[in-house]
Structures are given as C-alpha cells and as structure tokens.
Design a protein around this ligand. Structure first.
Ligand code: A2P
Length: 336
C-alpha cells in the first residue's frame, strides 16, 4: 500500500530531514509533493537523488494527498492543516498550533502510538523536541515506578530555531574569530560563545512558552495531570542535538541498576553510561545525525530518597521532529 505524501516546509531544516528520513526508511510513497512559501516556489529540493520542484503552498490543491507532514510554523499550520484535513489528508503537524487541543492526539511513537487512531479532526500533533526525547527515556521509568516530579534544564541547539538560526551561529562564530561585531538578528543576544536562557515567548508566570511545553506535553502524553514538571530551557551554541539534565522523582524507589535495565530494553533508547572520560553522550559525539535518544550519567540523587539523575541527548531535528513525524506516518499507513 502506498500513500500520496505532501511535505509542507520542505525547504526548512526539519522539512529537508523529513525528506531524507522518508527516503532512508523507504516510506511507501505514491506521489510526493514538496511545498513551501512563494519565496522558494520554483526552486528544488533533493529526494532520492532527484531534484523535486517546490510548489507554493498558497496555490496548491490538496485533493488526493493522503498524508501531509507540516513543519512551516504555527500560523501556516493553523491556516492550512484544516484545509488539507478537509480534503481527506491525515495531517501530522510539527508546530504547537494544535498540540493542546483535546481532540488532537499528541504522539511519541515509542510512548503512546495507540493514540494515533483517535484523530477526529484528521490532525495528529508531533510534540516539542525537548519533550520528545525526555519522554522516550522517562516513559519506561514512569510505567515502572510512577513519576511524581521532573526537574529539567535543557541545553538546546540552534537548529531547533530553523535554518536562519543555524546560519546565525555560523556567521557570528566567524565574525567573532575575526574580531568583528556579532550583530544578533535571529536571537535576541549573541549566541556564539554564549548561552541564552530564553526560548519562545515569556508568559505571565515567568516561565517561557518553551518551558511550559514541557509541562503541558508531558502530562498529555503520559496521560497524568498530576505529574509536576519544573523546566528551564536554555539555547546553547551547538548546531544539532539537544541535551537535558533531568532529575526525576518517583513514587517507588528505583535503583541505578533498575533504571539501566529498563532503559537498555526501551525502544528508541541507547544507554551510554560509563564513569570515564567520554563515557557519556554529547550532541556532537553521539546524537547529531542519528536516531536514538542517548542516556548517560545515570545516578541516584543523594539529596532525595526517591530520585534519579539522567543526562538525555538526542538529535532534535531527527527524533525531536522529522523522525517522529515519519514514524507517526508509518503508523497511519499501516492501518488496515
Ligand atoms: P520558504 O523556504 O519558502 O521560506 P525553517 O524552520 O528552517 O526556517 O523552515 C521553515 C519552512 O517553512 C521553510 O520551508 C519555509 O519555506 C516554510 N514556510 C515559512 N512560511 C511559509 C508560508 N507562509 N507558506 C509556506 N511555507 C512557509
């Protein structure tokens, strides 16, 4: 069985990886449409060695599309996802536009794949990259011991902010090494050789929206509104791969050996945890360009009776966005 697929935002950082992953995993594609704004319409993107012509989303007729992968920002999704769904497509949306709607499932393929079927609006939401990798690792711990609270600080790469952000880190790095002014544009302050404790908008409670996504999405995906999450989200001068320092409190005590045993058999997880130089995952040495969620630095929190510390690293563009979207699409095409 094949499906006609549309990739919306095909020229973007996530869109190009969606195309690469569809090819890599030999997704059963009938027709493939690559869509973006009128700015890049008429240009090309590569798929399986061929150049495909980019079409303008605004004038595209979605009739006949079976699956549409959206990654062109929230306002584009809000406007066009319902139109694609009305034309009969299943929309898999990478933006936050629909994530918190009760009638839109929010799916991590290793955690709650069964939710894919409950899509009355024909829209399935792909979680935020930071939530995605955290829950691939934490869901097995939650099932075993009941998570009550998560404290997390994220170290998020610039690719999560799109192609212009990748370019800004490169440009500023070059400028600073040549004693020139970094001239921030995409980020509010210099990102090269710096850290920025601010991702997405500030909200009335003092947290940023990126931080609150970790709260809202964790509860929705694990189906437990009692889980407390306390996040700090930080942008770091890394190109690809998000890292997270996570402290998890559970109802039942988990030993390090139990956590390792759970994670070693967990789908999508790779444990890299040896107490020696280099015996832990980093964005560059492990995550960038690969599929797994890597977990290291697993240790008991000696300040708490029932808590574990973890270091979780994954490629935010792959598992954090494009890969999970394609895995959802695989679940949809495999429906009878
Ligand atoms: P375009 O190349 O035409 O700007 P990134 O997250 O890497 O910045 O990528 C964003 C993606 O979303 C790009 O493919 C971009 O296309 C696309 N996009 C942005 N705005 C629109 C729009 N109004 N209509 C269609 N696609 C859009």
């Amino acid at each position: 069985k094949t499906a006609n697929v549309a990739v919306v935002g095909a020229t973007g950082a996530v869109g190009e990886t969606m195309l690469a992953i569809l090819a890599e995993r030999r997704f059963p594609i009938g027709k493939l449409h690559v869509l973006a704004s009128e700015r890049s319409a008429g240009g090309t993107v590569e798929f399986r060695g061929d150049d495909l012509i980019v079409q303008d989303l605004a004038t595209f007729d979605p009739t006949g599309v079976d699956i549409a992968l959206f990654s062109a920002g929230g306002s584009v999704s809000k406007e066009y996802a319902p139109k694609f769904a009305a034309a009969g497509a299943v929309v898999i949306d990478n933006s936050s536009a629909f994530r918190y709607d009760d009638d839109v499932p929010l799916v991590v393929s290793e955690v709650n794949p069964e939710q894919v079927k409950h899509r009355p609006r024909g829209i399935i939401a792909n979680p935020n990259c930071s939530t995605m990798q955290m829950l691939v690792a934490l869901a097995p711990l939650h099932r075993k011991a009941g998570i009550t609270r998560i404290n997390v600080a994220t170290y998020q790469s610039v690719s999560g902010a799109g192609r212009s952000a990748l370019e800004e880190l490169g440009r500023q790095t070059g400028a600073l090494l040549n004693f020139q002014d970094p001239q921030p544009k995409r980020f509010p302050v210099q990102i090269a050789f710096n850290l920025i404790p601010h991702i997405d908008d500030f909200l009335d409670n003092g947290y940023t929206k990126e931080e609150m996504k970790l709260v809202w999405e964790t509860r929705k995906i694990l189906g437990d509104d009692s889980i407390q999450v306390n996040p700090t989200a930080v942008r770091v001068p890394v190109f690809y791969g998000h890292s997270e320092a996570v402290n998890v409190e559970t109802k039942q005590k988990l030993s390090v050996a139990e956590v390792k045993a759970l994670l070693e058999t967990a789908p999508g997880v790779e444990v890299v945890d040896e107490p020696r130089a280099g015996g832990y995952p980093t964005p560059v040495t492990h995550a960038s360009g690969t599929d797994p969620v890597y977990v290291g630095r697993i240790r008991e929190d000696f300040s708490h009776p029932n808590a574990i510390n973890l270091w979780i690293v994954s490629d935010n563009i792959r598992k954090g966005a494009a890969l999970n979207a394609v895995q959802i699409a695989e679940l949809v095409v495999s429906e009878t």
